[in-house]
Design a protein around this ligand. Structure first.
Ligand code: NAD
Ligand code: AKB
Length: 317
């Protein structure tokens, strides 16, 4: 399918961006999807149209949008939960002002559609932990969660006040084999697969019964494409939609991996990420997402585990 409206993916070199750019290029054609990131990539290593961009540089963002006649932006650049705790002022600056730079271009009528991801980190220790509803107590205790909650409020505000089209999902922890995670609390659920295949052991930085909501990357990419392709009238929530895949603890994923690697051993040594995980929900109710635009995940824990191991083994050959 070809179309005139061009897409810009900001934060394209990260865990989600790597896979999202690939999928968007398959759907809309490589010539219609510009990848951008703060990382410099030598020309001979670029796989499609690429621009170096610091999202905090609004002038450069305008230049890129103008040069490529961009109409749609996916803003993925952010500091995630663990990295953000190491530099709260910078995390706040990047996560909020990056968003404002994009929202303001939509407000000026230059962009027609924006995607910005939120996270289960918008919830906090006072939120109901099981089947966390769409609307509930939200008192995040991390700088990342505070920035995501504020971002949700600003997205909704811009939609209501300036009649722009912004769409958002509250991703759970994402697991994929094509790209490395970028500094979150759920990163263990990716590292565990690499270590299981490399050494047969993994020391987890969360305790054995810390259950968290997670999702396999193909489902996250599908949800992202689906919400952006849905008719505008169907997108009734303009802060961000709850999105659920499945939930597991380190012990449960360890047992699942052992079905494929019987000698696999997991040990536990909690660090500062434990208190972040303890403040988040264990499972998410995404019934509103299912009702409004027909979301349904394809992968559960067993299917994800089998697919991760298969692809990582093939990748190493
Ligand atoms: P990531 O850390 O893997 O990737 C972020 C990318 O942004 C990196 O390539 C980085 O170089 C780039 N970047 C950083 N600063 C930049 C700047 N100033 N200008 C331009 N690019 C910059 O993150 P991710 O996991 O791909 O997450 C993408 C988005 O999805 C984030 O908003 C994150 O909060 C959200 N999210 C991710 C998860 C997850 O499990 N991966 C879960 C919930 C929400
Ligand atoms: C993180 O752990 O910070 C992310 C997220 C759930 O937002 N994976």
């Amino acid at each position: 399918m070809h179309r005139q409206e061009k897409i810009l993916v900001i934060g394209s070199q990260g865990q989600i961006g790597t896979e999202l750019v690939e999928r968007l290029r398959e759907i809309y054609g490589a010539e219609n999807v510009v990848a951008a990131d703060v990382k410099e990539i030598p020309k001979d290593q670029q796989s499609g149209i690429y621009e170096t961009l610091d999202i905090l540089n609004a002038k450069r963002l305008h230049e890129i949008v103008k040069t490529h006649a961009i109409k749609e932006v996916y803003l993925l650049a952010a500091l995630l939960s663990a990295t953000a705790e190491k530099d709260p002022p910078f995390a706040w600056d990047l996560n909020m002002n990056g968003l404002f730079n994009v929202l303001n271009m939509a407000k000026e009528g230059i962009l027609s559609k924006v995607y910005w991801p939120s996270s289960i980190a918008v919830f906090g220790p006072t939120t109901p932990k099981k089947n966390t509803p769409q609307y509930t107590i939200m008192e995040p205790s991390t700088v990342y969660g505070i920035s995501k909650q504020a971002g949700e409020r600003w997205c909704e505000y811009y939609v209501n006040k300036f009649n722009i089209d912004v769409r958002s999902l509250r991703y759970p922890g994402l697991i994929g084999w094509k790209s490395a995670p970028g500094g979150g609390t759920t990163d263990y659920a990716v590292h565990i697969f690499h270590e299981a295949l490399k050494t047969g052991t993994y020391e987890c930085f969360l305790s054995e019964n810390t259950a968290l909501p997670m999702m396999y990357m193909p489902d996250a990419i599908k949800a992202t494409v689906d919400i952006m392709q849905a008719e505008s009238a169907k997108i009734k929530i303009r802060s961000s939609y709850n999105l659920a895949g499945f939930s597991f603890s380190p012990k449960e994923i360890g047992l699942e991996i052992r079905k494929h690697i019987p000698d696999f051993k997991i040990t536990y040594k909690s660090d500062f990420r434990q208190s972040i995980a303890d403040s988040w929900p264990q499972s998410i109710d995404d019934s509103q997402t299912q009702i409004d635009w027909g979301w349904k995940p394809g992968f559960g824990l067993p299917e994800m585990t089998a697919d991760m191991l298969l692809n990582l083994r093939n990748q190493k050959k």
